[in-house]
Design a protein around this ligand. Structure first.
Ligand code: AMP
Length: 355
């Protein structure tokens, strides 16, 4: 434990009330912590497993300050929290991961600059795009095929468009709302992989083995850990990113793996991540407990799973498979307590242990 570790009985404040907040709360409870969820949604997955809750807007600075004063530490479960909100909370109570990580992750241009220029980790060649002319120029500079992405608020493939000619470049910029964008060279990757890593209050670092991810309709479908192959520099890259941000907590680093094994970072998420859900049943410290340990100054514990695990998301109607899945041996089901099934909505996931 660090000198400034938090004891069981302390309260962890979590900004955000989705499934990540729910699983963080459950992990915190196992270590004897209380959790307090702050979310504008009165009924949400995290509030139904947490004794303390605030329902208010993220822009309500008075409510944010009061919430932060009532807890021993503040963390968050999504990276699009307004920076102002995070600063208001951090003035009252220690907030981890650090605000610099939010800055880096909220804007794809800042993110790419930080990863390549500060941390020295490879990213796809990119070019800022602020008008249709820039979009055409980016295509000339970067090659035959580019991906035009909005700098802010893109996720699960939303806010991006593939461009292969000048007319496409102009119409894609218009289609994306004529907002600040970034163009990236299209990377012909052989697979998508990620690393989940953590850094503690005293600088201790830990990383899980390489994870292989498969997407369907731009949404994560399956993650397998450990992935085939040794992962090359994946862990080293993730740890370099953690150290350059003076980070505390869990981070996810998503990579494209090229033929030949070279890794290029696609993006970082300064939080627990869907591609780390397999860890809940992997016989080592899971990513949610790892995050709670890191931010409360506890030792990080073991991140090496003794066996292989496959995680599959239950998206929309997939959740109707649960009665059948429940009959399978070595299948662990995790549901998020969402009553309404909607297409594309993450309702839960299951982990299959592979011995
Ligand atoms: P993102 O929202 O940036 O994670 O992108 C969503 C998905 O689009 C990724 O998981 C990739 O499958 C694909 N993608 C994004 N950027 C690129 C790129 N530069 N080259 C090839 N595919 C990409």
């Amino acid at each position: 434990m660090t000198n400034s570790h938090l004891n069981p009985g302390s309260t962890v404040g979590i900004l955000g009330g989705g499934q990540l907040g729910r699983m963080l709360s459950l992990a915190a409870a196992r270590l004897g912590f209380n959790t307090h969820i702050y979310s504008p949604e009165p009924h949400c997955p995290a509030k139904s497993v947490s004794a303390l809750a605030t329902t208010a807007k993220y822009s309500d600075k008075k409510a944010i300050a009061e919430f932060a004063r009532s807890v021993d530490i503040v963390t968050f479960e999504f990276e699009n929290i307004p920076i102002d909100t995070a600063v208001t909370a951090a003035v009252e109570t220690p907030l981890y991961p650090p605000i610099e990580a939010l800055f880096a992750a909220q804007d794809r241009l800042t993110e790419k600059e930080f990863i390549s220029d500060t941390a020295g980790v490879p990213v796809a060649p990119y070019h800022p795009v602020n008008n249709a002319f820039d979009a055409v120029r980016a295509l000339k500079i970067l090659g035959e095929k580019i991906v035009l992405k909005t700098r802010r608020l893109g996720y699960d493939g939303k806010g991006q468009s593939i461009v292969t000619n000048e007319d496409d470049a102009k119409s894609a910029y218009k289609f994306l709302g004529e907002v600040p964008c970034i163009a990236e060279q299209f990377i012909p990757f052989r697979r998508e992989v990620s690393v989940i890593a953590a850094r503690g209050l005293n600088g201790e670092v830990a990383a899980y083995p390489l994870i292989e991810n498969e997407h369907r309709d731009h949404i994560l479908h399956k993650s397998i850990c450990p992935a085939l192959g040794d992962g090359g520099d994946a862990q080293t890259h993730a740890i370099r990113i953690l150290e350059n941000l003076d980070y505390v907590g869990v981070i996810a680093v998503e990579f494209f793996e090229l033929d030949g094994g070279k890794l290029i970072v696609n993006e970082i998420a300064p939080r627990v991540h869907n591609s780390g859900h397999w860890s809940m049943d992997a016989g080592c410290i899971d990513q949610f407990e790892l995050h709670i340990r890191a931010i409360t100054g506890w030792p990080l514990g073991g991140t090496n799973p003794p066996f292989k695990v496959e995680m599959i998301n239950l998206i929309g109607d997939d959740v109707k498979q649960v009665p059948d899945l429940a009959k399978s041996p070595y299948t662990k089901i995790h549901l998020y307590g969402k009553s309404e099934i909607r297409p594309g909505r993450k309702m839960g996931h299951f982990n299959r242990l592979i011995f």
